[in-house]
Design a protein around this ligand. Structure first.
Ligand SMILES: N[C@@H](CCC(=O)N[C@@H](CS)C(=O)NCC(=O)O)C(=O)O
Length: 207
């Protein structure tokens, strides 16, 4: 059985979505934000969620890697284009783009004090982080032109990952007008049964 360490309104959102879409039972442990607990640091040295404990006891951090592994282990759920499919390239590309570029920009915004040794620099770090989010969303918006989904013609975890990042944008109200293709995808996914249910517990956007 999988065990997921998570917290509302975090990267645990997309992993919970993956497990729910795959219909896989899992134990959920909510990790309070704050002071590190040594047992948790043993599996997550940066004190971050999500962490997935695999049925063999191995632990995994890194949301994109966890998504890719779950898609591989539960191919019947169609969480990602198959490894042999041409659309796999887009799936992998955008998963890594979102986790390495946009998620990192979110961390620079929400934990700006970690990214400067000058307390007066915090606002500048935040502003630069938002610019990086905007630049990256423009790239994804262009990729979505004429397409419903990021990878191929079916919903994949890449789309759910994107919606999670959209919800974290500090100026989320501008998304539908600034990036209409992303806005369209977000509007579609907000109506998805699993995403609606998860939003009720994660409270990522107003229902
Ligand atoms: N690279 C990691 C980032 C995970 C991450 O930053 N998680 C945030 C919540 S969304 C967290 O736990 N932050 C607490 C902290 O950094 O102290 C991933 O993709 O899973």
């Amino acid at each position: 059985m999988y065990k997921l360490y998570t917290r509302a309104n975090t990267g645990g959102f997309v992993i919970e979505a993956a497990l729910a879409l795959a219909g896989v039972p899992f134990d959920q442990i909510d990790v309070p934000k704050g002071r590190p607990d040594q047992a948790f640091l043993d599996i997550s040295p940066l004190n971050q969620v999500p962490v997935l404990i695999l049925p063999d006891g191995r632990s995994m951090t890194e949301s994109a890697a966890i998504c890719i592994l779950l898609a591989e282990r539960h191919p019947e759920a169609g969480l990602a284009p198959a490894a042999s499919s041409a659309d796999r390239a887009d799936f992998l590309r955008w998963m890594f783009f979102m986790s390495s570029v946009i998620y990192s920009a979110d961390l620079r915004f929400f934990y700006a004090h970690r990214y400067t040794t000058d307390p007066r620099g915090v606002d500048a770090v935040k502003r630069a982080a938002v610019s990086e989010m905007d630049r990256s969303f423009a790239i994804l918006d262009a990729a979505l032109a004429g397409h419903d989904w990021l990878a191929g013609d079916q919903l994949s975890l890449a789309d759910i990952y994107l919606v999670m990042l959209v919800a974290w944008h500090p100026e989320v109200a501008k998304v539908p007008t600034a990036w209409p293709n992303i806005g369209r995808l977000w509007a579609n996914l907000r109506e998805h049964r699993v995403i609606k249910r998860l939003n009720a517990s994660h409270d990522m956007w107003p229902a």
